[in-house]
Design a protein around this ligand. Structure first.
Ligand SMILES: Nc1nc2c(ncn2[C@@H]2O[C@H](COP(=O)(O)OP(=O)(O)OP(=O)(O)O)[C@@H](O)[C@H]2O)c(=O)[nH]1
Ligand SMILES: [Mg+2]
Length: 442
């Protein structure tokens, strides 16, 4: 996510830090590079101009010039201004006074509306909502199919999409269905348009009138860069947009849309999509996002992610094992799977401060999804006894396991070595000699 921008900014700040004392010339030089980096990331030029002017004024006002702490202060000013550009604080979803709350998703064809509707259903259900997905594209049966398939996958009910009906019929039916079944959130997936023109929008406008939604979220594709901002500007009034969801932030495209859209439109970004899977959605926190862009990590989002994905019972069991220092291959596998559930490892690492730099040096194999799968396959090819007591795995067992999992004996050896190292670390932790990773003893 915005990797290139982060790399460039880190280079600029690194050079500035080496200065010790910041002169006005240093500041302007750094800001010139920040400006270039932002423009290259496809941030709107007006937004960039304002941003640089604000940072400069702030930095000069804070008397960072000629001081030993100058470089640090410049970074903190940049962070502060970035947060301001991104919208200061998190903007949560408005709910209706009278349930159900209706959230409508609108946007260009292919921007990610249908996928995002499903992601939202999953995310908001975790927060206690009872969602109903509504397929409101009367013309494309395939669109309804896609939403129904997602609904089945997530076990979320889906209304409509199985034949042509008018917007007002869909709305009436969906609201009735929600009341009847006690659901309090309607997520309405609407037909995509190809350009913001009157005739294209008639249908979406009709849906708007019929549903009177609490939120109209414009779904924009980060990969389209400046175009996303233009669409946002144009759709804003025509459709009564109340906020944005920026999808495909996982692509390494410029992604500057996320940085410009709020400043250009005055409307908040509510969520970002970070992958194709249904759990790849994050609430948008301007301060955390700013930290991530500056390579400072985002520990809070990481902790939330861990809480969402880690099974509490499993975590407790693991804690007990940690205390006793016993770790067999079943535990080893369970732990790897827990980390994996949090998302692609490269994204997880981005959230840990200081990890970005290390990422390049990490063993390729560690970041390689297929290597994870191979490890799983190897452990699954073992007998229960072997998993509980890996010491019994001798040469012939290794050959059998390798054959059973489509791996090589070398792969099996590597896995066993990783397990032994993890076990050693745990034993050290349990005996209180290891690094204090888990806080003071209770
Ligand atoms: N990598 C990535 N892909 C995404 C993300 N969100 C959606 N996609 C993909 O984008 C493509 C289009 O997504 P849809 O949800 O069908 O888009 P849509 O806006 O409903 O499309 P129409 O209904 O045709 O207008 C699909 O292949 C999705 O998997 C995201 O955050 N990251
Ligand atoms: Mg769709």
């Amino acid at each position: 996510m915005l990797e290139l921008l982060t790399d460039k900014l880190q280079t600029v700040f690194h050079r500035l830090s080496n200065r010790g004392i910041v002169t006005e010339k240093d500041l302007d030089e750094a800001l010139r590079e920040v400006r270039l980096a932002l423009l290259e990331a496809d941030v709107n030029f007006k937004v960039v101009r304002q941003f640089i002017a604000d940072v400069r004024e702030d930095a000069l006002g804070a008397q960072v010039l000629g001081s030993l702490t100058g470089p640090q202060q410049v970074i903190s000013v940049v962070h502060k201004e970035l947060v301001k550009t991104l919208g200061e604080s998190q903007s949560t979803l408005q709910t209706a006074k009278q349930p159900p709350t209706v959230v409508m998703l609108v946007g260009l064809k292919g921007s990610g509306k249908t996928t995002t509707a499903a992601k939202l259903a999953l995310h908001l259900r975790k927060g206690g909502a009872r969602p109903l997905l509504v397929a409101a594209d009367p013309h494309r049966v395939a669109a309804g199919e896609q939403l129904r398939a997602l609904g089945r996958q997530l076990n979320v009910p889906v209304f409509g999409g199985d034949g042509a009906t008018t917007p007002s019929q869909v709305a009436r039916g969906a609201l009735e269905e929600a009341r009847r079944t006690g659901l309090n959130l309607l997520l309405v997936d609407t037909p995509g348009y190809t350009q913001v023109a009157e005739e294209m929008l008639t249908e979406v406008k009709e849906l708007h009138r019929s549903f009177s939604p609490s939120e109209v979220l414009l779904v924009v594709d980060a990969m389209t860069g400046q175009e996303a901002v233009n669409v946002a500007q144009e759709s804003q009034e025509a459709l009564g947009v109340t906020g944005f969801i920026i999808t495909k932030m996982d692509g390494d495209a410029r992604g500057g849309a996320a940085l410009s859209i709020r400043a250009v439109t005055g409307l908040p970004v509510k969520f970002i999509g970070t992958g194709e899977k249904v759990d790849a959605l994050e609430p948008f926190h301007p301060d955390r996002f700013a930290s991530r862009i500056l390579g400072m990590g985002d520990v809070l989002s990481l902790v939330e992610k861990a809480q969402e994905t880690v099974d509490q019972a499993e975590a407790k069991a693991m804690e007990r094992k940690l205390k006793t220092g016993t770790l067999d291959l079943n535990d080893f596998l369970a732990q790897m799977q827990q980390v994996k559930r949090m998302g692609p490892l490269t994204q997880v690492l981005d959230m840990i401060p200081g990890m970005r730099g290390i990422k390049g040096q990490l063993n390729e194999a560690m970041l390689d999804e297929s290597a994870w799968k191979r490890t799983e396959a190897i452990v699954y090819s073992m007998t229960p006894r072997e998993r509980r007591n890996p010491e019994v795995i001798d040469g012939s067992r290794r050959r059998r396991i390798a054959q059973g999992s489509g791996a090589t004996v070398q792969d099996v050896n590597v896995l066993l070595k990783q397990w032994r190292e993890a076990k050693k670390l745990m034993e050290a932790l349990a005996s209180g000699q290891g690094p204090k990773m888990f806080g003071p003893p209770r």
